[in-house]
Write a protein that binds this ligand. Structure first.
Ligand SMILES: *Cc1c(COP(=O)(O)O)cnc(C)c1O
Length: 396
């Protein structure tokens, strides 16, 4: 297996990348799993349906640039992100596919948006006017709110905005899209009501001769369970990282998790003695115990309150993490691992020897679900990409 270091090698140069890894903490991202998940989706979708991979939040913590590059080679049709930083990371990889910005960027960023050849989202006439003022020839997707009560025009206004935009010679209307409601109150019937709202908009648009080339409304939940929402394109995100909330999806894809491990190192090991004074009761350990310090903390995505049953794997054994977490450090009880040494690797998610810590365990100890766990991955922590297929031009 090759280990490919990106994007640190590109940003910092190979020596610095190595140094970053030497710090001893990293996330291991399995690009093969992401490719596999893409292929699964592609094989279950009709050929004419385009895939815009949603890589928001730095590709759910997995690195927008490298993930986009891998998916581009697989034949993905386009991308969507909310943050301009993610769009920049994708373009810096030399990926020139269509790239849609969800609501997030503002017209003050127009020069960057133009230079990166991005498509913006428009939900109101005011937004349309502002983008048109700021840009020479804006490319837009009209965003519709079908009942999520978030960004997007109301269904009633959709065709007015579409007609206005289509009437402007210097505006390219590339498509219309919506994000299905995922509010906790959503009932299965809500999905059909939302689909009906989209169909009504499209029927009226058709009568007026306004139907845009791309209609898109399925994210992970939609694409897995509602094939009748395929239209021309889909924009799932979570799916590529192996994240799905459907146990028995209509489209029986098998997904693999993109996050393979979270690793840190022991940056300190010591035997406690009476000269430190009494051991604080919160640690649940005694004087005479060996205690380690891991080089990761709540500044690296951990919760400040590590639950008392959270563990790390060291020398193939499970060892208890000792709350609370600190900005860059967490304590670990090494009483049962006397062979532990300064610099040892501690696995906080993933496998070590015959032990493993699952995504579910970590999500629970971080007080979130698995999507939340990915969202908590921090951009400053080095990511190591493992893949059988290596990326051209990177150090091994
Ligand atoms: C987040 C998002 C998606 C992707 O959602 P997943 O559940 O991750 O598939 C698609 N479209 C829009 C507009 C989004 O905000």
């Amino acid at each position: 297996m090759n280990t490919v270091l990106v994007p640190f090698s590109e940003v910092l140069g190979a020596d610095h990348a190595t140094a970053a890894i030497m710090r001893g903490s990293w996330y291991e991202i399995d690009l093969d799993a992401i490719r596999h998940n893409y292929r699964q989706l592609r094989s279950h979708l009709p050929r004419h349906v385009k895939i815009y991979a949603c890589l928001k939040r730095n590709a759910y913590g997995c690195g927008a640039g490298p993930v986009a590059s891998a998916l581009a080679k697989e034949g993905v049709d386009g991308f969507a992100v909310a943050s301009l930083l993610d769009a920049i990371a994708i373009r810096q990889e030399g990926v020139s596919h269509p790239l849609l910005l969800y609501p997030g960027a503002l017209p003050s960023a127009a020069p960057t948006i133009e230079s990166l050849d991005l498509t913006v989202s428009v939900s109101t006439i005011d937004e349309l006017v502002q983008w048109r003022t700021a840009m020479t020839r804006p490319r837009v997707f009209i965003k519709v709110d079908l009942g999520f009560f978030r960004a997007g025009t109301t269904p009633m206004e959709a065709n007015k905005i579409l007609a206005t935009a289509r009437g402007l010679a210097d505006v390219d209307v590339e498509g219309i899209y919506a994000h299905m409601s995922e509010l906790p109150t959503a009932q299965p019937s809500d999905a059909h009501e939302q689909l009906d709202r989209m169909r009504t908009i499209l029927r009226d648009a058709g009568v007026l001769g306004l139907r845009p080339a791309v209609v898109m409304m399925s994210s992970t939940e939609g694409v897995l369970n509602h094939p009748d929402m395929d239209f021309d394109a889909v924009d799932p995100g979570a799916l590529f990282f192996g994240l799905s909330e459907s146990d028995n999806p209509t489209r029986p894809v098998t997904l693999r998790p993109a996050l393979k491990s979270i690793s840190a190192s022991l940056v300190s090991v010591k035997r406690l003695d009476a000269s430190l004074g009494p051991v604080p009761a919160i640690f649940g350990i005694n004087s005479g115990t060996t205690m380690g310090v891991i080089g990761m903390g709540w500044g690296d995505g951990f919760p400040r309150q590590v639950p008392s049953d959270a563990v790390g794997l060291i020398r193939g054994k499970r060892a208890r993490l000792l709350p609370p977490a600190h900005l860059e450090h967490i304590r670990i009880d090494l009483t049962d691992v006397p062979e532990a040494r300064f610099g040892d690797q501690v696995v906080l998610l993933g496998r070590q020897g015959d032990q493993s810590i699952t995504h579910e365990e970590v999500a629970t100890s971080w007080g979130t679900d698995i999507v939340g766990l990915y969202a908590q991955l921090r951009d400053h922590v080095p990511r190591i990409y493992t893949a059988k297929q290596t990326r051209k031009g990177n150090p091994q």
